[in-house]
Design a protein around this ligand. Structure first.
Ligand SMILES: *[C@@H]1O[C@H](CO)[C@@H](O)[C@H](O)[C@H]1NC(C)=O
Ligand SMILES: *[C@@H]1O[C@H](CO)[C@@H](O)[C@H](O)[C@H]1NC(C)=O
Length: 337
């Protein structure tokens, strides 16, 4: 059955804008009753979402645990540590109705290892609209904050954006790409939002998610992975503790990078450091197979092999890890299919 346009509009007003709560003379009982009716109504029309504009309600924002788990298992390759941490961190945070601070994840690793991709998987399994959600915000240092001389403008702008967006919806998500290229002052300016404050100027930031992406620490992760490989040990044996010390040291000592001088780490504002391992030939093959499937093609191993063989591997002598991870396989696939 197709809901009538006027009804949908009215419902949207009631559901989205929280009018039910705002109309003064309405008694709580009626408001609660209306809310319940609406919830039931929404539940009985699974397709109703196509008629509504997205809004900050559980119908649009809630974690699909199974979805995230299945996606991490089937779509992310060669990242057993990252998968595990992400699943646990996001599950724990989203099932806590009263978190004491926002969730802050810092993803580290070389290019093409899946940091952006994982952020996307998280967004897709929390927001019905995924990366297109108006509650998911991506900032890329070189794109949004390119000029050092304008740092003060950027600071106030970024603070206003975060505050404004979280005022709109406390379950907002912010992804900061190229964190290593971000000015330390700019990182400092968002620090208060990551902290344990109950409220800042009347706004609570505790239900937001911040994800930082950087190459920082990538070298030390690669070194550890290479050590394991050279010792003939299985990659899956690498544990977080094998990476943690060198990772936090290199993050901290990265003098060009934005983390330097900031007390994100000092103050324990980052909840989880998530390492992304360099990818091997077999993972590139998996990426290529998955991409063919995603394009509705029959996945073919010989094509995946051709794609994987086209990439450059390092170190020069052993050629173990793909220089660009899975990054360029899409264009290679265009060529071979
Ligand atoms: C959650 O994810 C699973 C696996 O991808 C999917 O089958 C299911 O429909 C999703 N549930 C919702 C409510 O979107
Ligand atoms: C939310 O963030 C975006 C940038 O992603 C910005 O353009 C917009 O103005 C912000 N909204 C508010 C209400 O501050």
């Amino acid at each position: 059955m197709k809901p009538r346009k006027q009804h949908v509009l009215l419902l949207w007003l009631l559901v989205c804008s929280g009018v039910t709560g705002a109309i003064e003379p309405i008694s709580t009982t009626i408001a609660v009753g209306m809310a319940a009716t609406l919830t039931a109504f929404l539940a009985s029309y699974p397709n109703i979402f196509n008629y509504f504009h997205e809004c900050c309600r559980p119908e649009w924002i809630s974690l699909n645990r199974t979805g995230l788990q299945v996606d991490l298992e089937n779509k992310l390759f060669g990242q057993h540590i990252a998968s595990r941490i992400i699943l646990k961190a996001v599950n724990g945070f989203m099932s806590n109705s009263n978190p004491k601070k926002p969730l802050v994840l810092s993803l580290h690793g070389w290019t093409g290892t899946g940091k952006n991709f994982v952020s996307q998987l998280i967004a897709e399994n929390i927001y019905r609209e995924g990366m297109d959600s108006s509650f998911v915000h991506v900032f890329t240092s070189t794109l949004h904050f390119p000029h050092k001389s304008q740092i003060d403008t950027y600071k106030s702008q970024l603070q206003q954006w975060i505050k404004g967006n979280i005022t709109n919806c406390e379950r907002s998500m912010f992804i900061f790409d190229e964190m290593d290229k971000m000015h330390p002052g700019l990182i400092d300016s968002i620090k208060p939002y990551l902290d344990y404050y109950e409220r800042l100027d009347g706004v609570s930031y505790r239900k937001a998610i911040f994800i930082f992406l950087s190459n920082t620490g990538g070298d030390s992760i690669i070194q550890t992975a290479l050590d394991f490989w050279q010792a003939g040990r299985n990659r899956e044996e690498i544990e977080l503790k094998d990476l943690e010390t060198s990772l936090s040291l290199s993050v901290f000592n990265n003098k060009q990078g934005g983390f330097f001088q900031t007390s994100l780490i000092d103050k324990n504002l980052v909840d989880f450091f998530v390492p992304f391992l360099p990818l091997e030939y077999q993972h590139v093959v998996q990426c290529a197979m998955a991409e063919m499937k995603a394009r509705g093609l029959q996945p073919r191993r010989e094509i995946a092999d051709m794609v994987a063989k086209d990439l450059v591997y390092f170190p020069k002598s052993e050629r173990v890890f793909s220089v660009k991870g899975c990054k360029t396989i899409e264009s290679k696939l265009d060529y071979y299919t």
